[in-house]
Design a protein around this ligand. Sequence first.
Ligand code: SF4
Length: 175
Amino acid sequence: MTMQAQEFQESLFIYLQAQGWNLKKARLLTGGGATNKNKKMPFYNYDLSAWDCNKGSQLRKVKNSVCSSCYAMKGNYLRYREGSVGKSHKLHKESLNNGFQWVLGMVYQVLKSDCKYFRFHAAGDLQSYEHALQIINLARLTPSCKYWIPTRETGILKQLRDNKIYIPKNYLPFN
Ligand code: SF4
């Protein structure tokens, strides 16, 4: 990251604090916020429910596709679907409606924790074109962090290309 980008991030964090942002507000506007399940690992995560995957719900019917044996619909994901895991996924999904406030809430958490690596959707997938833009804007505003975003939503990726949306280098979608 360049010195200029570092200064930009520092200024942005100071600005957000001056605007009344804190962790409580950031988590609230992002449906509970990001998690770092394994404190020894540098990764932060943000998941949605695999039951809400749009393309995944079609691919599940295709024999031998990745989605036909989706790990995010088994084990603890299934066991706690009606409990803590399901509730967290539901809050995450609802919070996407907060638009740019969601973006700023995530920005705040990334800068506050000095997060360098972030994985979106170990469970779940992009919900819409607007959702992809939210994560792209997050990546633009936090160049010090690398975002890994596996997705089956090839239609959304095509839409981004067709609309010539600038994808920052730290946004790493793949399918
Ligand atoms: S996209 Fe991923 S999380 Fe969604 S159904 Fe397919 S494998 Fe599961």
